[in-house]
Design a binder for this molecule. Structure first.
Ligand code: ADP
Ligand code: ZN
Length: 440
């Protein structure tokens, strides 16, 4: 049943011992990079001062900005000749950052992703269509090598091109897919246009959904539309890529692999740890990594630890579905809002389609929030009154959830496009009006 049973079901005390051993190695390794060498000097600390898991807190956080400042090699902790690959983050929130891997790093990463895939039931005999970008983005190659390590027939198709994806799925009888959730929902329109009902016509059974925040509704929609079991996949290039945390068949939070990562959840404002089970920003320290160890890296992602044990028997702690990035949050009329809250409120409605976007503008010193949302085709054929009523119902639900009443614009199914990359959920146009917030 388990691929790495001993590791995955290891008792708490043993995990902590393993973490401490690897932490000490990691701190020593990190101190060989220019960035951490200088940091240790400034703090008057030596790597040996980090001698317990808690003493890690003597170190300040490492931020995305630190990575940008140290571009390109400031975090490299091994001679350049030992690097065998680099990747870069997508650059969703600014200039992208680069990450390096030694051969041993690629080995550890591949192992982690393979462990995730096995956990969901993917096996030799499956046909795996990897529908995320290859190249600098970690999603493509990360899953690719893991699938090959497991001996799974892999189609490295990459992202985009929905019709080609569908032809491949049909002709090669794909059983497992990996894609960005918004793309899975977008592709449904092409499937229907081609007269294909994935439940009936395709042997799909598993979907890995990752790389962007999505709600439980989106998971359920993908499961219903495709007839698959969908699993949430979390990772970030700064921590290798996918394979940091992943859902098991219990689908109650994602197991975060504690032999490879040391997690903390902190209050994004104060940086202090939150109470167990409370929401905060995930901070990760890599364990066992050679080329680019990162200590207390602020992911910017908001989540919480799940409490209690998981029914699957794995002991690695679980984190909840990511609510969003701390910097995804926008403030409208003084209220803090995450796109996933809009998603929670709307995508639970049966009339609503598969995609939405939030547009922020400012007029006469007032913020205006417009939610554009795809709804079922029938609303564009029938009585305009019905459309109006639907708009009102939506506005009411959003007001209850967000405490702000947005304008709502209804769109036909498929109107909002997806290229297979991360969905742009918020378009903030306020900077072109009266000096509002700009998103750099
Ligand atoms: P960028 O930060 O430039 O988008 P990456 O491609 O490395 O670069 O993306 C990592 C980020 O993607 C994570 O920090 C997180 O915000 C988001 N992400 C990845 N997987 C998930 C997931 N399953 N749920 C929510 N957000 C996710
Ligand atoms: Zn589990």
């Amino acid at each position: 049943m388990y691929w790495q049973k001993e590791l995955e079901t290891m008792e708490d005390a043993r995990i902590r011992r393993l973490q401490l051993k690897r932490l000490r190695e990691t701190v020593r390794a990190a101190s060989r990079s220019t960035f951490y060498r200088e940091r240790f000097q400034q703090l008057g600390l030596s790597p040996e001062d980090i001698c317990t898991l808690d003493s890690l807190r003597k170190l300040p956080f490492t931020t995305k900005n630190d990575l940008r400042q140290a571009y390109p090699f400031g975090f490299l902790a091994v001679p350049k000749g030992r690097v065998v690959r680099m990747h870069a983050s997508t650059g969703t929130t600014g200039r992208s950052t680069v990450v390096f891997y030694t051969r041993a790093d690629l080995d550890q990463w591949t192992d982690l992703v393979a462990r995730c895939m096995v956990m969901t039931g993917a096996r030799q005999g499956d046909v795996f269509q990897n529908m995320t970008g290859y190249g600098l983005f970690t999603g493509g190659l990360g899953f690719h090598y893991a699938a090959e390590r497991l001996g799974i027939f892999t189609i490295p198709i990459g992202s985009g091109n929905t019709r080609r994806q569908i032809h491949m799925m049909r002709e090669f009888e794909t059983t497992v897919i990996h894609c960005i959730p918004s793309f899975a929902l977008y592709m449904v329109h092409s499937l229907h246009a081609m007269g294909i009902d994935p439940r009936r016509d395709l042997p799909l059974r598993i979907a890995f959904l990752g790389a962007e925040p999505h709600s439980e509704h989106v998971r359920r929609k993908v499961e219903e539309l495709y007839g698959v079991d969908a699993f949430n996949s979390y990772g970030l290039s700064e921590m290798y890529g996918p394979g940091v945390a992943f859902e098991c068949p219990a689908k109650d939070g994602m197991h975060l692999w504690e032999d490879a990562y040391l997690p903390e959840i902190v209050d994004p404002g104060t940086g202090e740890p939150v109470e167990d089970g409370a929401k905060g920003e995930l901070v990760l320290t890599s364990l066992g990594r050679e080329a680019m160890p990162l200590l207390r890296y602020r992911t910017g992602d908001l989540t919480a630890f799940c409490t209690g044990e998981c029914g699957c028997g794995r002991r690695h702690r679980r984190i909840r579905r990511i609510i969003g990035r701390a910097d995804d949050m926008f403030i409208i009329k003084g209220v803090n809002i995450f796109p996933t809250q809009v998603e929670e409120a709307l995508l639970g409605m049966e009339e609503v389609g598969n995609n939405y976007q939030i547009i922020l503008k400012r007029k006469d010193y007032t913020d205006i929030m417009t939610v554009t949302v795809e709804v079922q085709e029938r609303f564009f054929r029938g009585d305009p009154q019905e459309r109006e009523q639907l708009r009102r119902r939506m506005a009411k639900r959003l007001r209850e959830e967000l405490l702000v009443t947005p304008d709502i614009e209804l769109l036909k199914p498929g109107a909002l496009e997806s290229t297979g990359g991360k969905a742009v959920r918020v378009v903030d146009k306020r900077d072109i009006y009266e000096g509002g917030i700009s998103d750099t």
